[in-house]
Design a protein around this ligand. Structure first.
Ligand SMILES: [Zn+2]
Length: 506
């Protein structure tokens, strides 16, 4: 199909314009952009879309989300990561979800994403008790059906649980250690066989769908796993997506387990590279940041989740100044409660302003828009395909109506996008040249029916999960002690920012 968008306001995020808005035409032929800029005569048979009083931007990229958590939207509050995980990723008592429920769960995330202008997401799936083929099939099916671009992971943990969090053996009573010691972890071969099979099954199904390699975290995987999956990621031209230094407990884990920061540990293993995307990167040292920049690694910054779990504030300005590619993510739908990237952009724009009175260092709307588009594309190794509006790239675009309250009166378009728009002006969304949202409505799925079906099934799940919560509540008092132990340590300059370079020496 050929689509001609005429006389639109465009923020292209390309090399020539950056985020500077300009007026022009866009021609979409099939899945790709065929022309951007000068006015065109609408080709015969093409659909013409009047772009006057419309803004077109590259589709937003959600560089870090966990659809597993969509079942817990709005369920928890006021818990730090290590405590919250007891309920959202329970250690004991979970049973595999019915694939239809997994399909609906992923669908809810995709529906919210597309309607909020997100055309590409990174869904790092931790499926409990284990990720089976049925489960990952259901996720791919949902993203296939709705028309979003998705990078779907097989998330992997293969160190025994007690070795993933410092002081667990000291604080946990023996019966609870025995309980968690029963958690099965895959071998490297198990994981690679599974990953290979998923790639074969889904990767060629559509060029929108890709498998993503996601070792959970340096302290949650063996050295052998961390290295083997990095090789595999290179082989399948995927990104190496890993959680690094989200919490202070994890900063302490680096010192306790490896005598180094976790970033230095990854670098020593040779897996901190230009395909590595580090989710969070809050408790990084200046030396870590310099190293990440030198290796060409990316960071997926999740400012809403980091506040919700009290994890801390990533050093946004330091990362950018060092040359680290920064992308934005919502993180899971329980540690954030939504997957709306326009919210994430606004919060990213605001949060860092309270970290320093030096206002020249505060994020600009332009930097936020770049991070949410090109930064995200680069973080999943798709910088040559998406992230900007350029001839030859995939036609992943969002068209906003500028005649709404959010854009009226209209001043600086970039500021409106970051600080005024909440998704209610999203009129059309294109993925691979296909219109997947039209007049604000999803075109490929029946939103009402899917929402209804999930609501109908939720009560039974919720009842079961209450029992799981009770089983896992037994761990809470001990994790509270570990949290306190790690957070009480004097390894920081101030409570919520990165520790000084020298903390390892003190
Ligand atoms: Zn995460």
């Amino acid at each position: 199909m050929t689509i001609h968008i005429s006389e639109a306001n465009i923020i292209a995020v390309d090399a020539a314009h950056g985020t500077r808005p300009f007026k022009g035409d866009i021609l979409i032929e099939g899945s790709r952009i065929a022309h951007v800029g000068e006015p065109l005569v609408t080709p015969d048979g093409a659909r013409r879309i009047d772009g006057r009083n419309r803004l077109v931007i590259p589709g937003l990229v959600n560089a870090h989300v966990h659809s597993w958590e969509a079942m817990f939207k709005g369920r928890y509050d006021n818990m730090p990561l290590e405590i919250w995980m007891l309920y959202s990723y329970p250690l004991v008592g979970t049973k595999a979800l019915d694939p239809r429920l997994i399909y609906l769960r992923s669908m809810i995330v995709a529906m919210e994403s597309l309607k909020n202008g997100v055309t590409c997401l990174v869904d790092d799936i931790i499926e409990l008790p284990v990720q089976g083929m049925d489960a990952i099939d259901a996720v791919f099916d949902a993203y296939h059906d709705i028309g979003i671009r998705a990078n779907v992971s097989g998330h992997v943990i293969n160190r025994p649980f007690v070795d993933t969090i410092p002081f667990t053996r000291e604080y946990l009573p023996r019966d609870l250690i025995a309980d968690v010691s029963r958690i099965k972890v895959p071998t490297v071969k198990n994981y690679l066989d599974f990953a290979g099979e998923v790639v074969k099954k889904h990767q060629d199904r559509s060029d929108r769908l890709r498998y993503l390699v996601a070792p959970s975290g340096p302290q949650r995987c063996t050295e052998e796993m961390l290295k083997a999956v990095h090789d595999f990621a290179r082989e399948i031209k995927s990104a190496y997506h890993i959680h690094v230094l989200e919490t202070k407990v994890q900063a302490v884990a680096g010192r306790e387990f490896y005598g180094r920061t976790l970033v230095q540990y990854l670098d020593d293993l040779g897996v901190l590279t230009n395909i590595s995307t580090l989710a969070h990167s809050i408790w990084v040292t200046d030396r870590d940041i310099a190293c990440m920049a030198e290796r060409g690694s990316s960071v997926a910054h999740n400012p809403i989740s980091n506040q919700k779990l009290g994890a801390g504030i990533a050093p946004f300005r330091k990362l950018l100044d060092a040359g680290v590619n920064v992308a934005l993510g919502s993180d899971g739908i329980s540690s954030n409660d939504t997957s709306r990237m326009l919210d994430v952009m606004q919060v990213a724009g605001l949060l860092h302003k309270v970290t320093t009175p030096e206002y020249g260092l505060w994020p600009t709307a332009s930097e936020i828009i770049y991070a949410a588009t090109m930064g995200g594309a680069r973080s999943v190794q798709l910088q040559n395909e998406i992230g900007s509006i350029e001839t030859g790239k995939r036609a992943d675009l969002v068209l906003f109506d500028l005649e709404t309250i959010n854009f009226t009166p209209q001043n600086d378009l970039l500021n409106h996008l970051v600080y005024c728009e909440n998704g209610s002006s999203v009129e059309k969304v294109f993925v691979n040249g296909e219109i997947v949202v039209d007049d604000g409505e999803l075109t490929k799925v029946n939103e009402g029916a899917l929402v209804r079906e999930l609501r109908e099934r939720y009560d039974a799940f919720s009842e079961h999960h209450k029992g799981v919560e009770e089983l896992n509540r037994r761990f809470e008092p001990y994790f509270k002690k570990i949290h306190k132990h790690c957070c009480g340590e004097n390894i920081e300059l101030n409570r919520y920012s990165a520790p000084p370079n020298e903390w390892l020496l003190s």
